[in-house]
Write a protein that binds this ligand. Structure first.
Ligand code: FE2
Length: 320
């Protein structure tokens, strides 16, 4: 079975530094949401309840051993390509942290067969259809992120969506209420992220922290300096390899330290609700698209290049 990488990370900090050793023991003892529920495929009703209550849900046994191995190999290959461009592990999500999409020339990994495989998982479609109340959703992104051992800092809590701002500043603010009364937070989830785990996520390898029930909150998101300790420990772990974490992207979340000796990857697919759309860029050639199942083709209909177009793919280091 392919294993996470152990020969990269820990740039300008040492795993046996006394402060790191102390923090590692603290996280081992305290990190993780107490009593977190882990569902299995087919537990749709419970998943719907948890998703709407908490803004996320964790489901195990979605990938089988063969799929875990295939995905882990793909992630490791991409990680090596990206890290080869970044000697000091400066990252593009903070030091030692990277976006799989932000580190790709196409802003996506959809050209890779490992991410295409993720489109074909029936249990995931059952959950997403139930959360949206419709199967007519579409792919937003095939991306995700990874962190290296030695990612010692917390990423600040944030939401992946925002209310409308000037289109000159970003194309990613498609919801505009000209009366200024309705926020994106008053609506159902505009898009949903599914993170797939090619390795276990533990108290020590950078589990995602999720603050339950914040997907509709209009409260300002606390900065790191203001964040209470319980939020820093509100992480989605432990979770076995082959699990998925399905997130309403509006819910407050952030990266946490990876004090282990291995890389931690959480490749993802992001799906737009049937009623929501932003500009998308092609991530898969027409020739590869034609090899997908009919349902995966429907999902990727806004992500496919024209049949006359080639895709230039490969690693790059772009700021988020
Ligand atoms: Fe995020």
């Amino acid at each position: 079975m392919e294993q996470p990488l152990t020969d990269i990370g820990w740039f300008e900090c040492k795993p046996d530094d006394p402060e790191i050793v102390r923090q590692r023991a603290y996280l081992e003892a305290n990190n993780g949401i107490q009593g977190i529920e882990i569902l299995t495929a087919g537990e749709i009703e419970r998943a719907v309840n948890l998703f709407h209550r908490d803004g996320f849900v964790l489901v195990e046994n979605i990938l089988n051993d063969e799929q875990i191995d295939f995905l882990a190999r793909g992630c490791n290959e991409v990680i090596r390509q990206i890290v080869a461009l970044d000697e000091t592990y400066a990252g593009n999500r903070g030091s030692h942290r990277y976006s799989f999409g932000g580190s790709s020339l196409t802003r996506s990994q959809l050209h890779r067969p490992e991410w295409q495989m993720l489109l074909e998982l029936d249990p995931v479609h059952e959950f997403i259809s139930a959360f949206f109340g419709s199967s007519h959703y579409t792919l937003r992104a095939a991306s995700g992120d990874f962190c290296l051992p030695g990612a010692v800092d917390y990423q600040r809590l944030h939401s992946d969506t925002r209310d409308w701002i000037d289109g000159q500043q970003t194309p990613f603010s498609a919801f505009h209420d000209p009366l200024g009364k309705v926020s994106i937070r008053d609506l159902p989830a505009p898009y949903i992220c599914v993170n797939f785990l090619p390795q276990a996520v533990t108290t020590l390898n950078g589990p995602t922290r999720q603050i339950p029930g914040t997907q509709k909150s209009r409260t300002p998101i606390p900065a790191l300096s203001e964040e209470p300790e319980w939020m820093k420990l509100s992480t989605v772990c432990p979770a076995p390899a082959g699990s998925v974490m399905i997130r309403d992207v509006r819910a407050w979340h952030g990266g946490t330290p990876n004090l282990s000796n291995t890389t931690r990857a959480i490749p993802n697919l992001e799906f737009y609700a049937p009623w929501f759309q932003e500009p998308t860029v092609p991530g898969i050639t027409y020739q590869d698209y034609k090899k997908l199942s009919p349902r995966a083709q429907e999902l990727t209909r806004y992500s496919v290049a024209d049949s006359s177009e080639a895709l230039l793919t490969g690693p790059t280091l772009r700021a988020p």
